[in-house]
Design a protein around this ligand. Structure first.
Ligand SMILES: [Zn+2]
Length: 80
C-alpha cells in the first residue's frame, strides 16, 4: 500500500509520519471535545485554519476532511 498523502510505502492508509500526525489529531480532538462542543469536521477545519498547525498534520486533516465530506458538495476551495 501507499500513503494516500505522500505516496510513501505504507502498511495502512498512511505512512508512519502521517499516521503519527493522525494520532496527534485524534488525541487533540479528544481534548477539544472535553472543553467544547465540537464535531470532528469542525475541529478539522479549525486545525486547518490554525497557522500553528504543522504541515504534516494539515495534510492529514485536509484528507480526513475531504473524505468525511464525500456526501456533500465540496464547498471549501482552500489554498493552504
Ligand atoms: Zn505519508
Amino acid at each position: 500500500m501507499k500513503c494516500e498523502i505522500c505516496g510513501r510505502r505504507a502498511e495502512s492508509r498512511f505512512c508512519e509520519l502521517h499516521k503519527r500526525a493522525q494520532e496527534n489529531l485524534r488525541e487533540k480532538y479528544e481534548e477539544w471535545k472535553r472543553a467544547m462542543d465540537i464535531t470532528w469536521e469542525e475541529y478539522l477545519r479549525e486545525v486547518l485554519k490554525n497557522p500553528l498547525t504543522g504541515l504534516w498534520v494539515k495534510e492529514v486533516a485536509r484528507i480526513l476532511l475531504a473524505s468525511s465530506e464525500e456526501k456533500e458538495a465540496p464547498s471549501m476551495q482552500e489554498k493552504v
